[in-house]
Every structure is written in C-alpha cells, then in structure tokens.
Ligand binder design. Structure first.
Ligand SMILES: Cc1ncc(C[n+]2csc(CCOP(=O)(O)OP(=O)(O)O)c2C)c(N)n1
Ligand SMILES: [Mg+2]
Length: 318
C-alpha cells in the first residue's frame, strides 16, 4: 500500500484539503434538501470516499479524459466541474452541466475532460480504453482514466478492457474505487477472485488506502508516471469506505460495513497530518470551510433562480 505523508507539502495539503472539503460540504448541503423534492434526480453520495477522486484528479489536466459511473459528484468536482452547474443539474435547471437532461448520474463537462458518465455499472470502462487508444494513435499528450467501483468488475466489459489494454499496450489508467459493496451486496458474495491479483496478470497494479488522500495521490502519481514512461496501462486500486446508503441521503447501516467516522475520514486524516507538521493552522482550515460555504450559498441561489426546461427543448440533444 502506498502512503507516507512525510513529504506532504503545505501547498499540496491545502489544495487537496480544499477539494476534499468541496465534495464533502457540497453533499452535506444537499442532504436536508433531498427529501423536500427540490432535486429531481436520485443521488449516490461520495461522502467518506472523497480521497479517491481528489487523489487521482489532482494529477489530471482539463484535457485529460475521465470516464466514470453513477457515483459522480466526487469525481466531477475533483476534475473541475463548476459547483453552480452541478447544483443546477441536480435541480433540473437548464443551466446545469447537462442542461437539465442528465441529473446526478449523467454529468457531462467536455471542457474539463468529462465526456459523460454512465449509470450502467461498468459502462465507462471500455470508453476509457477507446479514448486512450485514440490518444495513442493520434500521438496526443493526454491521460485517459477508466473509473469504476468493485461491483463493476463483474461485468464482461471489465475483463475485455483489461485484456485489450494489456494486449495492445493502451496507455489507460484503470481506477477501481473499492468500497467493498455493490449496492447492499458484499464483495465476497459477487466476486470470486482478488481484484488486484487478477489485474496484476495484465498490468502493473498500485494499491492505495482510499481513506487517505495522500496515499491515493502518491499511488496515482506513480501509476500515471508508469503509463507515460512505458506506454502501457496501469491499475490503481483504492480500498475505501462507503458512509452512506448506496443511493439517497441516509447513513449506511449494513452490519458488514462498519464505519469509524474518525479513523475512516480522509478530511480528518489530512488535517491531522498537516497540523502535526505545522503546515496549516486551525484558522486557515476554518477559512477553507467558510469559503466553501459561501460558494455553496451562491450555487444554491444560482440553481434556484435558473429556469426549468420548457417543452420546446424536449427534442433537442437527442
Ligand atoms: C449493468 C447494470 N447492472 C446493475 C445495475 C444496478 N446497480 C446500480 S449501482 C450498482 C452497484 C454498483 O457497485 P459498484 O460498482 O461497486 O459502485 P458503488 O455503488 O459501490 O460506488 C448496481 C448493481 C446497473 N445500474 N447497471
Ligand atoms: Mg462498490
């Protein structure tokens, strides 16, 4: 497992913390709103798992492509989606990133390298491979990431994608965000093999603590360097913890998924590591939180004031 905060710098720590907090606070803000039906979409929350998108996406540039699934808010915000446009999309307004047609599971933001997310489990895996193959053939300087959960490794597309990427040396990064659950099913009940052992037959594998952003960041950096230097694919596995129910805004209560909100919290871990090294003061950390709260107030106002789609838009973008 990769992870050593000894070389954590102030600049990096603050940057990662800001993104972790953006995702956490965004989702905490929508929790009380969701039952009031102002949001016209189901949501799959990323709370507790923020270290994975933040640790990975910190290495990516807007032109790098990310293909992902139904648990979208974390990766989308980490990759650079504007909070206003995400909030508006959840509210079903035309100013949303998918013009109100997508909802939480179908975010799109081409300017930030997100050509679309898929509600089909495993639906984005092969797309990332295809994009990476195109980038290779056209000699484009561009990373392509196939992002999926442990449940998606059951899909045929997963195996085909690993095989093809290894066989043809496709420079794609597979990111498995393993929260040990596929909806309410434990991994041991749907997956026969060890994911990383299997992936290791096809390509180099990096293992990270998915509750620790610095661990994910270090592993992702190494995996991407490997891709750049070798031209081959890489597999990043991040074991993380789902705090919330699979879908909706309630806390998870599965016996097989015990969560310790102190020890399993990527934000608390990073803040502790930074304070222990005198990299940030309580005041600075509080300022980050307050700054994001102000951004969220603005995003909510933006969403509420934005128009709903009208009937004449029904047949556009189909
Ligand atoms: C092809 C397909 N099969 C089943 C579903 C229903 N489904 C939605 S999410 C989910 C669990 C996915 O688990 P995982 O990939 O581990 O992602 P997580 O929800 O844990 O982030 C399932 C089975 C679906 N959306 N698509
Ligand atoms: Mg899962």
């Amino acid at each position: 497992m990769v992870g050593d905060t000894a070389n954590l710098t102030r600049e990096l720590g603050l940057r990662l913390l800001r993104k972790l907090r953006e995702i956490r606070q965004f989702e905490e803000r929508i929790i009380p709103l969701y039952p009031t039906d102002v949001m016209v979409t189901p949501v799959h929350l990323h709370i507790g798992q923020e270290a994975v998108p933040v640790g990975v996406c910190d290495h990516l540039r807007p032109k790098d492509l990310l293909f992902f699934g139904h648990r979208t808010h974390g990766p989308a915000l980490a990759k650079g989606l504007d909070m206003n446009r995400l909030m508006a999309e959840l509210f079903g307004r035309t100013t949303g990133c998918a013009n109100s047609f997508g909802g939480s599971m179908h975010l799109v933001d081409p300017d930030n390298g997100m050509l679309g997310s898929s509600a089909l489990v495993g639906g984005g895996i092969a797309l990332g491979v295809g994009a990476a193959l195109a980038a290779k053939l056209e000699k484009r300087d561009q990373f392509c990431v196939s992002w999926f959960g442990d449940g998606a490794v059951d899909s045929g597309a997963f195996w085909e994608s690993l095989n093809f990427a290894a066989l043809k040396a496709v420079p794609v990064m597979f990111v498995c965000e393993d929260n040990g659950l596929s909806n309410v099913m434990e991994k041991k009940d749907h997956m026969f093999a060890d994911i990383t052992e299997v992936a290791g037959h096809f390509m180099e594998v990096w293992r990270a603590d998915g509750t620790d952003v610095h661990s994910v960041w270090s592993a992702a950096g190494q995996a991407l360097r490997h891709i750049r230097e070798s031209g081959k694919p890489a597999f990043l596995w991040c074991r993380t913890k789902r705090w919330m129910k699979h879908q909706g805004v309630e806390t998870d209560d599965l016996e097989c998924n015990p969560v310790d909100r102190e020890k399993d919290c990527p934000i608390k871990k990073l803040e502790k590591a930074m304070k222990a090294r005198n990299l940030a003061s309580d005041k600075e950390l509080d300022e980050i939180t307050q700054g994001i709260e102000a951004q969220l107030n603005a995003a909510l106002e933006f969403a509420k004031k934005s128009p709903f789609p009208t009937e004449d838009l029904l047949m556009t973008e189909v």
